[in-house]
Design a protein around this ligand. Structure first.
Ligand code: BTN
Length: 332
């Protein structure tokens, strides 16, 4: 961990209290001049730090800006039991990129380890499912991708999206107290509108997954005018629903923490993931229509199977296994 992250970790651990200069020197293993230079650098980045001649330094406010060291520092402060084990092994932040999924796909070819996370403050070619555009306005959301190398056969790849949807819903619920829900297969909703989407892209050889790129887009502090007209009626943001803005780095760290947990559980004990998914899902038990290209299947959304596929019971009683597509809940 580098110097900036170590100081921030000390501040976050102090929970708003003063940290004595001697403690910071100890953390940094550096004399006073090193500490003051680092504090000045953090202030330049937008951190408000109070200096007291006897008590030391106190972090008063953080910028709403994605900074890799900041997210790493926050992850370090989680209790050992809930600290991410895989996700966040490397964190990189770009001011702008075309699509973080494309960037991670390129980085994956250079032997980058599992758990690499790439955030971008904005994307110029953010992608959603079925090649749709994903609006990614600067500084308004969390647009990021995670490199995964799951220990799963290709047939169980849907588990990754299921785990990610649970993690995003869980983190939004915790941060905002909103009723974050899951709409199969990859949407997270609040009050019936979409706040986040997940795009999982795979590279495989036979039945073996070589890598999975998990792309997540969360509309955190988007305003109505930030949504393109085509999605304005169905999209929302955490801010719009909660009526207040959210600190994105704090939400980012919480999501990486719960994502790590859900991702590892999805590989070892998918039954518990299915149970949580069933509690959060708005689709289950409903009469739905799924469209996959020209194919249209109607049925009763019955359950998730052990691979993460949706089981639909058709009117003729037949069970259909659905792996993707667009789903609409029928009005009753
Ligand atoms: C969807 O709901 O259709 C999925 C949206 C996924 C958007 C995210 S933003 C980060 C990552 N980069 C992309 O280009 N797409 C995903």
């Amino acid at each position: 961990m580098n110097v900036g992250a170590a100081i921030l970790e000390a501040f976050y651990r102090a929970g708003g209290q003063f940290v004595p200069l001697t403690e910071l020197e100890c953390v940094l293993k550096r004399p006073t001049t090193g500490v003051t230079a680092e504090i000045a650098e953090l202030q330049r980045l937008g951190y408000k730090i109070e200096v007291h001649p006897h008590l030391g330094y106190r972090l008063v406010a953080m910028p709403d800006r994605l900074i890799a060291d900041d997210i790493k520092a926050r992850l370090e402060t989680f209790h050992a039991r809930s600290k991410p084990r895989v996700i966040g092994s490397e964190i990189v932040v770009f001011e702008q990129t075309s699509s973080t999924n494309d960037l991670v796909a390129r980085m994956a070819k250079t032997q980058r380890g599992e758990g690499l996370v790439v955030f971008a403050e904005s994307q110029t070619k953010g992608r959603g499912r079925h090649g749709r555009a994903w609006a990614s306005p600067r500084g308004k959301g969390l647009w990021f991708s995670v490199l995964l190398r799951p220990n799963l056969p290709l047939s169980s790849a849907p588990r990754i999206t299921v785990a990610a949807s649970i993690a995003v819903a869980r983190a939004i619920r915790k941060a905002s107290k909103l009723d974050g829900r899951i709409k199969w297969p990859n949407d997270v909703t609040v009050n019936g509108r979409k706040v986040a989407g997940i795009l999982t892209e795979l590279s495989a050889e036979g039945d073996e997954i070589l890598s999975a790129i998990l792309g997540i887009g969360i509309d955190v502090n988007c305003r109505r005018e930030d949504f393109p007209s085509e999605v304005a009626a169905i999209a929302t943001s955490v801010e719009l629903e909660a009526g207040r803005t959210f600190n994105r780095p704090a939400l980012a760290a919480e999501i990486l923490r719960v994502l790590d947990d859900a991702y590892l559980t999805a590989q070892m004990d998918f039954d518990s993931i299915i149970a949580e998914w069933a509690r959060l899902c708005t689709t289950l038990g409903k009469q739905v229509v799924v469209t996959m290209g020209k194919r249209r299947i109607e049925g009763h959304a019955q359950a998730l199977d052990a691979d993460g596929a949706l089981l639909l019971r058709r009117d003729n009683g037949r069970i259909e296994r659905i792996l993707g597509g667009d789903l609409v809940v029928e009005q009753t």
